[in-house]
Structure formats: C-alpha cells, structure tokens
Design a protein around this ligand. Structure first.
Ligand SMILES: C[S@@+](CC[C@H](N)C(=O)[O-])C[C@H]1O[C@@H](n2cnc3c(N)ncnc32)[C@H](O)[C@@H]1O
Length: 302
C-alpha cells in the first residue's frame, strides 16, 4: 500500500483477537485474506501463525504497491486458485465493506461528512461511479437501489429529488439534496438517512452483495478439513447472506420442510463453532467506534 498518500493512517483490524482465536485450530497451509485493505489482519495472522502461508487479495488498485497482494475481486479467488493449481486452503478471512483508509481518503467519494467527487468505486478501474448512478439512472431505479440496499423508507421521494436536482457534482451536493428531501427532522435521523443513501450507492457501484454470494459459494470446496471460513460483516444485508450460506453449509438436508422424504442429497460440509456469532468487546468499541457494527461468523470444515 502506498503509505505516502495524503490521508494514510495506520488502523487496527477489527476483532483481531477473536479472528486469531477462531483460526487457531486450522491446519497449516495457505491462508487467504480476501480483503487485505490496510493489511492489519494479514500482518497480524502472519506474525502470530507461522504455520500459515498468507495470500492476500483486494480489488482496490491503491493496494497494488504491496507486491504480495493480488488485485482481484474476491468472487474471482476460486478461479485464481484453480489457475495457480492450488487445490486446498487452510482457511479464508473476509472483512467486508469499505476500509477506514478508503473512507478517510475523501477523493474516493465514500465519505458523506467531507466533500469529494461522487466516485465510491473500490476498484478505480471499474466503469460505473456513484456520479453515473445519481446523474444518469432513472428515478425508479434510483429508488429501488436506495430501498433494496438500505430499507430507507423515503427512497422514492429522495430519488425524485435527486433526478430533479441534476447535475449533482459532489458528495456534499448529494448530502444537500437528501437533507432537503427529508425536510426538518432531528439531526440523528438526518445523518442516518444520509448514511443509508450513501451505503446504498456504494453497495450498488461495487456489486457488493453479489460479490459475497459468489465468493462464499465458490470458495467453500477449497477449504481443508478443520479449516475455517471467517466473515466480519457490518450491516444486516451482508450478515443475512453469510448466515444463509453458512446455514446451508452446516445442514445435511435442504429440502422443503413439507417433503416427506429427502430428495436433495445435500451433505453437511461444515459445522458451527461454540458460538454462531461473535461481537466486538466494549473495550474495542470504545477504542474504535467503527467496530461497533461488526459481527463475526465462522464455520469449520468437517
Ligand atoms: C474493511 S476493509 C479490510 C481491512 C483489512 N482487513 C485490514 O485489516 O486492514 C475491506 C477491504 O475489502 C476490499 N474489498 C471489498 N469488496 C471486495 C471484493 N469484492 N473483492 C476484493 N476486495 C474487496 C476493499 O477494497 C477494502 O480494502
């Protein structure tokens, strides 16, 4: 990662202790960090567990300066493993969403509290920016993006006002449109609405939910016996996808409950640990408020 860039700050990875604990019993071999970010989890696991050979991925091209990191979407990791004749991995960690590093670099357009261009692409080579969504998509589609990615109940009104306020050039222009759209409300409600709209556009621009689905469904067959899949999620849409896939992986029969006999031939591949979900400690939340929305889920291969 380019540490000379303006705005670079060293951040501590979320739930490092808990991540270290759930991967401790994984067998030696290649351990994948699917979301390298600023490398905090990666470095921590590397230092603590010499038994693992760390392999890092991130879609953000700013991270390319770190030579050992592969610049790919995590939905492409299974293709990468196949192409490189890697048959098995000891485990994989996903730390979803946007990094503090991306948020703190206002020129990336992720932050609603500072001005920047309407970008929000995690990979700066991707075609669609938030600018395109806000300035060229039709009203119904914008409303649906906001509603489906955040449940925002004013989605239709906000979409209408976005379309009527074009061109919207910057993050702060978008913030003003949203504020005007919802009118006089308490500041917390206004902030939450803006946050939900920004999150919706970011999820859409980066195809975030499909990426999670595709990656988890294709990676699970690579994990060795006793290896783990660990996910850190930050909102309910991410968490729901992980929960559903983990439920399928840890169940032997996925037939409709009304069927008298099993026809699915599904085999249980993974099991849950002692706890299905783990949350950050109060001390961590105090030190790093961005950890407050984190949920850790993991499953172990049988
Ligand atoms: C929360 S940060 C990870 C922080 C990291 N665990 C650390 O300790 O520094 C999420 C990272 O995942 C990357 N990312 C998000 N979606 C991705 C995807 N579909 N494929 C690859 N990388 C992705 C983002 O670019 C970002 O750098």
């Amino acid at each position: 990662m380019n540490k000379n860039r303006v705005g670079y700050l060293e951040h501590e990875g979320v739930m490092l202790t808990e991540v270290n604990s759930v991967i401790s019993t994984s067998p030696p071999g290649i351990f994948v960090d699917a979301t390298y970010g600023y490398g905090s989890h990666f470095k921590n696991i590397k230092e603590k567990y010499p038994k693992f050979n760390l392999l890092g991925f991130d879609r953000d091209i700013d991270i390319l300066n770190t030579s050992s990191i592969v610049n790919l979407n995590f939905s492409q990791i299974s293709d990468y493993l196949n192409e490189n004749k890697i048959k098995q991995i000891s485990g994989i960690l996903y730390d979803f969403g946007v990094s503090s590093h991306q948020l703190d670099n206002y020129s990336r357009g992720f932050s609603y509290s500072h001005n920047g261009p309407l970008d929000m692409r995690m990979n700066q080579n991707d075609e669609i920016k938030a600018y395109d969504v806000v300035n060229t998509f039709d009203e119904k589609l914008i409303a649906s993006i906001i509603f489906h990615n955040s449940g925002e109940k004013n989605s239709r009104r906000i979409a209408k006002d976005i379309v009527n306020s074009r061109p919207i050039e910057s993050t702060q222009d978008l913030v003003s449109v949203i504020k005007n759209s919802i009118g006089k409300q308490n500041p917390k409600y206004i902030r939450q609405t803006i946050k939900r709209c920004f999150q919706s556009f970011r999820i859409y621009v980066n195809n975030e939910l499909n990426e999670i689905q595709l990656s988890l469904n294709s990676i699970n067959k690579f994990v060795k016996s006793n290896g783990v899949i660990v996910c850190l999620t930050y909102h309910s849409l991410e968490d729901k996808i992980v929960k559903n896939i983990f439920n399928e992986l840890t169940t032997s029969c996925i037939c409709e409950i009304s069927l008298p006999v099993c026809t699915c031939k599904n085999e249980q591949q993974y099991c849950y640990g002692k706890k299905k979900k783990i949350y950050p400690s109060d001390e961590e939340i105090l030190k790093n408020p961005r950890a407050s929305s984190a949920t850790l889920r993991y499953v172990t291969k049988l």
